[in-house]
Write a protein that binds this ligand. Structure first.
Ligand code: ATP
Ligand code: MG
Length: 639
């Protein structure tokens, strides 16, 4: 069930990673992007002031201080251009320090505040309709700045408008009567001033409260979403690692490869610098490095972990997963100084435990004190479980290989030792049967003949066993393959089987479709003879008298194909999968032909594979059998 789930996760992983990467702390990211937004809006505000002044002055013919208002509009555009260039410069810088952006945003709002105050003053003071525009500024401050700063700006707006009203009231500042006879009466009316100020100030503070509360809630949600997506990404990476390690367990039996992949994926998934896997040596007293990722050679070569001197490793081997939050403060470590020199401050170690007992440990290294969490412990334990299975599989595989070699060597030694006494027995019986030891009574001759047949069989069995053991023990590597002629080898074997076939009244046919000259393959003459001998002898052996054996050889572009077909007893379908197994004989063959070891085809297949070829069989019980062998052709390069 893990596979489809991971596949779905894989599809979204890029999107997830992008989301997580493009999400620095939300407030900071917002500050940077909002600054550009604020600058863009201000172009509109500056043009708006110029346009509104033009309409009020030319079309509505209001008695405005038009020059001053045009000046304010222009000033807004000029300082906005300055902010635009400064922000572009800040964004181009390699090192992104957020403090200048924060300062720039506050400076922009401060300039806007002053421009707004001037606008209110020149458009009628306390009676100015532009006074409501402060409302937008408070919302902008709430979006871009902290709650405290927003209240501060609300208070500043109230103070500035209050200061203009008072100064105009006291006559210190000139009053501009935008709507004649209306505002002239109002700016000196203290009740109007107090009332307007009360409503203005309360509106500012309520707006500041509502906008900043709403914004704070949105920011909180955004932070939660970013945290969630980061957690999701980390969970995905871990799941992927567990999945990959499970795959590694089944995909390769090479211990080094499995462990190296595990170490690398574990370090990546935990987001740490390095990871190592150590295995117990035969004595069980030391932990040797088996795989390393991310550690320097010097650190790896510092020495093995000796259980007697390393209480931490002892605890881990005993089955505990241990976090070391600060290597300088943990007395259980054997090499704390070397770890510090390597820049390692925290470690997480988990035991590798097999069915037979402890195998070793897996350890992750972080450059940060206190890096590891309980989640990391669970994760590394999951990896350690997979790792233990992989290690056990690989060790078992290695052991099997060794055992197989040992078995082959044993068979070789025994059969080799048997060869000479059997040869002696055969030669003695042959001598006696030939009459060199005097005339023998018929009953004794009969017994000697039987003895010789059995000794011959024993000789074949020994030869086969020796061949098989040689192949398995891979001692044949010393025997170099050379270019040999397949067509000539087939001819030799056909010649050899002519008489036995005739005796059994079997028609032995031989076709060669090799017009391009000799068919050369890389093999040894002895090996090739054995292959052909086994196939043709089987065909003759398992074909009843009156049958037919046909041997065909085709040479094509890159390969040569040999077919040995007979009209014999055939092979039952359920026997076919076992045909090339050592000592296997199909029940119909056993019933009809007593002699046979079941080793011929195992040896044949072994040799065919060794020469880069392939062997297959097709058979129909009662109708016949065809063995088909294909070898790669040796292509002679033009001189
Ligand atoms: P030996 O090892 O002495 O040759 P064998 O002939 O029984 O003994 P293989 O040559 O390995 O052993 O063949 C294995 C089995 O495959 C045979 O016992 C027989 O059941 C089946 N077999 C092989 N060749 C043929 C064939 N041409 N026709 C029918 N059965 C065959
Ligand atoms: Mg045989």
């Amino acid at each position: 069930m893990l596979r489809p789930y991971v596949a779905v996760m894989k599809m979204n992983s890029a999107a997830l990673r992008d989301a997580a990467r493009s999400s620095p702390a939300p407030i900071e990211a917002e500050l940077v992007s909002s600054m550009t937004w604020l600058i863009n809006i201000r172009w509109l505000a500056g043009c708006g002031v110029l346009g509104a002044t033009w309409v009020a002055d030319i079309f509505l013919r209001l008695c405005l201080p038009a020059l001053a208002l045009y000046g304010i509009g222009l000033l807004i555009l000029i300082y906005n251009a300055a902010f635009h260039f400064v922000s572009r410069w800040l964004l181009r810088r390699e090192r992104r320090d957020l403090r200048p952006f924060d300062f720039l945003t506050k400076a922009q709002i401060g300039c806007d505040w002053l421009a707004m105050t001037a606008l209110i003053h020149f458009s009628g003071g306390i009676a100015s309709p532009a006074i409501f525009y402060f409302f937008f500024h408070i919302i902008i401050a709430a979006i871009l700045l902290s709650m405290r700063a927003t209240y501060l700006y609300a208070a500043m707006a109230a103070l500035l408008v209050g200061a203009i009203s008072l100064l105009e009231y006291a006559g210190v500042l000139a009053h501009y009567d935008v709507v004649p006879n209306v505002s002239a009466a109002l700016y000196r009316n203290s009740l109007f001033i107090v009332g307007s100020m009360f409503f203005f100030t309360s509106t500012m503070f309520v707006a500041a409260y509502l906008a900043s509360t709403l914004n704070a809630r949105l920011r909180k949600r955004e932070t939660q979403v970013v945290t969630l997506s980061k957690n999701l990404l980390s969970a995905y990476t871990r799941l992927e690692t567990v999945y990959e390690s499970a795959e590694a367990v089944t995909s390769t039996l090479e211990l080094d490869q499995v462990l190296e992949r595990l170490a690398q994926r574990t370090a990546d998934a935990l987001g740490v610098r390095a990871c190592s896997i150590r295995l117990l040596d035969e004595t069980g007293a030391r932990l040797n490095v088996a795989a390393v990722y991310g550690l320097s050679d010097a650190y790896v070569k510092k020495g093995d972990l000796i259980l007697e001197q390393n209480p931490l490793a002892r605890e881990v081997i005993a089955g505990k997963t241990i976090i070391v939050d600060d290597v300088t403060a943990d007395a259980r470590l054997q090499y704390p100084q070397q770890a510090l020199a390597e820049g390692i401050y925290a470690m997480l170690s988990a035991p590798l435990h097999g069915k037979q007992g402890p195998l070793g440990l897996i350890r992750a290294y972080s450059v940060e004190c206190g890096h590891f969490t309980p989640d990391d412990v669970e994760f590394i334990n999951a990896i350690a479980r997979q790792g233990s299975i992989a290690i056990e599989n690989a060790l078992a595989y290695e052991a099997l290989g060794k055992l197989d070699q040992m078995k082959s060597r044993f068979v070789m030694t025994v059969t080799h030792e048997l060869r000479s006494p059997v040869s002696v027995v055969r030669s003695l019986t042959r001598t006696m049967l030939a009459g060199y030891a005097g005339t023998l009574p018929d009953s004794l001759r009969e017994m000697l003949a039987r003895m010789q047949r059995r000794a011959d069989f024993l000789q074949t069995l020994i030869d086969d066993l020796l061949d098989l053991a040689t192949g398995k023990a891979d001692l044949s590597e010393t025997e170099e393959c050379v270019p040999v002629r397949l067509d000539a080898a087939v001819e030799r074997v056909v010649e050899r089987f002519k008489v036995p076939a005739q005796e059994k009244e079997i028609a032995l046919e031989w076709y060669c479709d090799c017009a391009d000259g000799p068919v050369k393959i890389a093999a040894t003459n002895e090996g090739l003879d054995r292959i052909l001998n086994n196939l043709v002898s089987n065909a003759v052996k398992y074909t009843p008298p009156g049958g037919r054996v046909a041997i065909k050889l085709f040479a094509r572009e890159n390969s040569a194909t040999l077919e040995v077909a007979d009209s014999g007893i055939g092979i039952p379908a359920d026997a076919l999968p076992h045909l090339f197994e050592e000592f296997y004989r199909a029940p119909n063959a056993k019933a009809q032909v007593k002699e046979g070891t079941g080793l011929g085809l195992a040896i044949t297949k072994d040799l065919v594979v060794r020469y880069g070829g392939h062997i297959g069989v097709e058979s129909q019980p009662g109708t016949g059998t065809t063995f088909c062998v294909t070898f790669p052709l040796l292509v002679e390069l033009p001189v």
